[in-house]
Design a protein around this ligand. Structure first.
Ligand SMILES: *Cc1c(COP(=O)(O)O)cnc(C)c1O
Length: 500
């Protein structure tokens, strides 16, 4: 299977190259040239297998230049009990006969990005061997919080790799920041960038596109790669849990043969929910994908109007991993729903870059609206949602999942659709302890230090602190680098020893 660029001006490449390149040379994103369709019997068959086995089956369909042994060794290196705190990897908690929560946060850093990032380095190192590259891989990541730590943890001490993570100095939680600046590993580097996530992300994009920097690196035997959610190697592992959730409902007889279900997805960069769309393209019976946004509701407006307009104030919210105004992965959806019309995609993306806005045609908009529904939650609504889920089910939501809960309730009210629904839970509530306590028992917060709140939340609810968050307060700080957006290149040169 080959991969083609959404902008149509780069040659198709194999999976190994897609995974190492991240972005296509024409600025587009790689998409497989077709989506294998599974018969329902194959989906049913998945319900008899463990999560790693499901992953091997589904991922192999796309990585046809990898041997079965390469795929399964990579998968087993990622989804195992040393990295995940539950054997199920992705447990499904059934709160009511028609509502389940898929907990995507049992990995090393307790956010859903672990599902893709634990696997990515193993796919990358196999891809380098396959292509006979001797180069050291330098990973650059811009993070709105969770990606950074998950990427650091997964690349840590992987031979022939180095990882540099840029996080916005304003806009990650204290716990997220602490997780990153205490990162261990000889090949890990963390830099605080002045500004918000979009500043950090566009700074990283600029570094990737800097020919002089590339030349310097080439001559030093290094090459850039990206672990951001535009990388196909990030997206593909996320397709697996949609199938897995469905297979589980089937196994437990909570749905009938072939029954369609809905998914609610708290969305930022459009990666997670796009994986749901891809699963649907592969034949998974999905009726609706419900896109939940916070006050940075550019995607909600887009789904509802067909106009993507990023010219709006940026809001810092209590769901910081969704504080994004440029959702990169949307480009892949546009490519697919226009039947792979690269010219249209190019026009829209050029318009977005030049003017900050584009409008899709009506036919494309209709196709999107057939599958997607969207609304958003303010911070107050999110806090109320956390309280609501806890009061009704004794179940704790982090703020990102709180956004999803609110939007799910609104969806049911507005549409009357009672289709069985799986809500994707994207982070452990302990990662955002302050806001979760603020939702449940705000009076307990007075005078409390950020890191002590983990213990307070455990005490209030009886829920255990996940193992990756224990003892954070006593770990030494190992990373203190800071940069403005303009200085990012200088910092990279210094880290890589490229300065003359
Ligand atoms: C990254 C992230 C999201 C958003 O996912 P996208 O794939 O960027 O849409 C939601 N919740 C949490 C906790 C995240 O870390």
């Amino acid at each position: 299977m080959l991969y083609e660029s959404t902008r149509g001006q780069a040659p198709p490449v194999k999976a190994a190259e897609t995974i190492l390149q991240g972005l296509a040379p024409d600025g587009g994103l790689y998409v497989p040239e077709f989506f294998p369709r599974l018969r329902f019997s194959s989906i049913e068959e998945l319900s008899r297998h463990s999560y790693p086995e499901q992953a091997v089956r589904l991922i192999s369909l796309f990585l046809t230049d990898f041997s079965p042994a390469e795929v399964s060794s990579a998968v087993l290196a990622a989804y195992n009990p040393l990295k995940f705190d539950t054997e199920e990897i992705v447990p499904l908690k059934v709160l009511a006969p028609d509502v389940g929560i898929l907990e995507l946060w049992h990995g090393p850093t307790h956010a859903f990005k672990d599902l893709a990032l634990t696997l990515l380095p193993h796919l990358m190192t196999r891809a380098t061997q396959k292509l006979g590259l001797e180069k050291e891989i330098v990973i650059l990541v811009a993070t709105s919080g969770d990606t950074g730590k998950a990427a650091l943890e997964s690349f840590r001490d992987v031979p022939k790799t180095r990882i540099i993570v840029f996080f916005p100095s304003e806009g990650v939680s204290e716990i997220q920041k602490r997780q990153m600046i205490t990162q261990e590993g000889e090949n890990t580097f963390v830099v605080a960038v002045e500004g918000n996530f979009d500043d950090a992300q566009s700074g990283v994009k600029q570094l990737f596109g800097d020919p002089e920097l590339r030349r310097k690196m080439e001559s030093a035997g290094m090459t850039f790669s990206s672990a951001n959610s535009i990388n196909w190697g990030r997206l593909l592992p996320q397709v697996v849990y949609y199938f897995s959730a469905y297979a589980r409902l089937l196994r437990d007889k909570l749905i009938r043969h072939g029954e369609e279900i809905n998914f609610v997805v708290p969305t930022g960069n459009f990666g997670n929910i796009l994986a749901g769309f891809l699963a649907r393209e592969m034949g998974l019976p999905v009726r609706r994908l419900i896109l939940a946004a916070n006050a940075n509701n550019v995607l909600t407006d887009f789904i509802n109007t067909g106009i993507y307009d990023r010219r709006r104030p940026f809001h810092r919210t209590i769901s910081p991993s969704m504080d994004i105004l440029i959702s990169s992965n949307l480009e892949r959806l546009l490519y697919l729903v226009t039947d792979r019309n690269a010219e249209k995609v190019r026009q829209w993306m050029t318009s977005l870059a030049r003017t900050g806005v584009y409008q899709i045609d009506q036919a494309t908009h209709e196709r999107i609206k057939q599958v997607f529904w969207s609304s958003w939650a303010s911070d107050d609504e999110t806090l109320a949602a956390i309280k609501d889920a806890y009061t009704r089910y004794g179940y704790l939501l982090d703020p990102h999942t709180g956004v999803a809960w609110h939007v799910f309730n609104r969806y049911r009210e507005e549409t009357g659709d009672s289709t069985k629904t799986v809500i994707l839970s994207t982070a452990s509530p302990f990662k955002f302890a302050r806001d979760v306590i603020r939702a449940l028992a705000p009076e307990k917060l007075a005078g409390k230090e950020e890191l002590s709140l983990l213990y307070l939340l455990a005490e209030l609810t009886g829920w255990p602190i996940p193992r990756g968050l224990q003892g954070l307060e006593s770990k030494p700080i190992r990373h203190t680098r800071k940069a403005t957006r303009e200085k990012m290149r200088g910092v990279v040169e210094e880290i890589l020893g490229l300065t003359p």
